[in-house]
Design a protein around this ligand. Structure first.
Ligand code: AKG
Ligand code: FE2
Length: 316
């Protein structure tokens, strides 16, 4: 491919073990993913942004969104090699940043939340997409949280497959729940349909953490309508594309040709899926395969349908 050097190869994503755990549990934990130096630079950036917020009272709770626009350290997270490959595996060439946020959860804070899945309420993503997530949330854990009641995230592993849950809108402990007790430097990748809540913080430690969530570009973002055009100018090509700040609404579903390829396919280092189209079809008009399609992850359900059709024919 002549144009290949111009583009970045997709960074690493799910290993096969991680993909299996992600599908079974709805969350994976990657310890020591973030170096101590980087942990400190994220904490410093959170402190900088907090200090610049006139509403922030030192020692208080703070949850901020669209953090990528607030500090260059956070802008680097949009396409960070450490995690963007996980989102690329799922959302491929239409990858978009859904939300970027950080939380300062201090001791005694009242802002811990109740059981919920992320995403749409009255018509959740899972109704349309029971196997694959339409949103994933990457968590950066910047503080050691060795015990419960430290403002921990609590998840119910496997619950990304269920649309109802009795603990909804309560803080109650649920059998099977996992109180996440990460070491600092841990990264999590979470299926946004997993049910989760937050513990109160009864320790003497402030919980520092960052979340960056991704979705396909045709899903509405959660923390902005558009990004500041001057700020967009400061980004690299991939970061700018991943923000998907289109002025033509239909570009969310059908991005312009200049936004392709976002990345080159990881193994082949090419920008096209071989043999899928006749040559005249331009890149930005082609459907592209995602990792689960390459793995034939959906083959099982297709087989079931074929089997069902076969059985029906036999009965008739
Ligand atoms: O802070 C956390 O651990 C989770 C926050 C959360 O559930 C959310 O922002 O949707
Ligand atoms: Fe949540």
């Amino acid at each position: 491919m002549e144009r290949k050097q111009k583009y970045r190869v997709a960074p690493p994503g799910f290993t096969s073990e991680q993909w299996q755990t992600f599908n079974e549990d709805g969350i994976i934990f990657i310890e020591d993913a973030i170096s101590d130096e980087d942990v400190q630079s994220y904490i410093d950036a959170m402190d900088r942004v907090a200090a610049n917020n006139p509403k922030y009272k030192p020692g208080g709770y703070l949850g901020m969104q669209n953090i990528v626009e607030r500090d260059p350290v956070f802008a680097d997270l949009i396409d960070h090699e450490r995690h963007v490959g996980y989102a690329y595996d799922l959302f491929g060439e239409l990858l978009k940043l859904h939300i970027s946020q950080f939380f300062l959860r201090p001791p005694g804070g009242k802002q811990y939340n109740q059981w919920h899945p992320d995403g749409a309420r009255a018509l959740p993503y899972g109704v349309f997409s029971p196997k694959l997530p339409l949103q994933i949330k990457v968590g950066y854990w910047l503080t050691d949280l060795p015990r419960e009641k430290m403002g921990n995230l609590v998840v119910l592993p496997g619950s990304h497959r269920q649309q109802y849950m009795d603990g909804y809108d309560t803080h109650e402990s649920i059998p099977g729940e996992r109180v996440v007790c990460p070491r600092k430097g841990t990264m999590t990748v979470m299926h946004s349909s997993i049910w989760h809540r937050v513990e109160p913080n009864e320790s003497d430690v402030v919980r520092y953490n960052i979340f960056v969530a991704y979705c396909p570009s045709w899903l509405t973002p959660a923390d902005r309508f558009h990004s500041n055009p001057e700020w967009l100018e400061t980004l690299n090509r991939e970061q700018r594309i991943i923000m998907r700040s289109y002025s033509n609404a239909y570009h969310n579903a059908k991005p312009p040709a200049s936004d392709f390829p976002l990345f080159l396919e990881r193994d082949t280092q090419t920008e096209v899926d071989e043999d899928a189209y006749l040559e005249h079809v331009q890149l930005h008009r082609r459907k592209r395969l995602t990792m689960p399609e390459r793995l034939n992850f959906l083959a099982e359900s297709n087989q079931e349908q074929t089997l069902f059709k076969g059985e029906r024919e036999q009965i008739q």
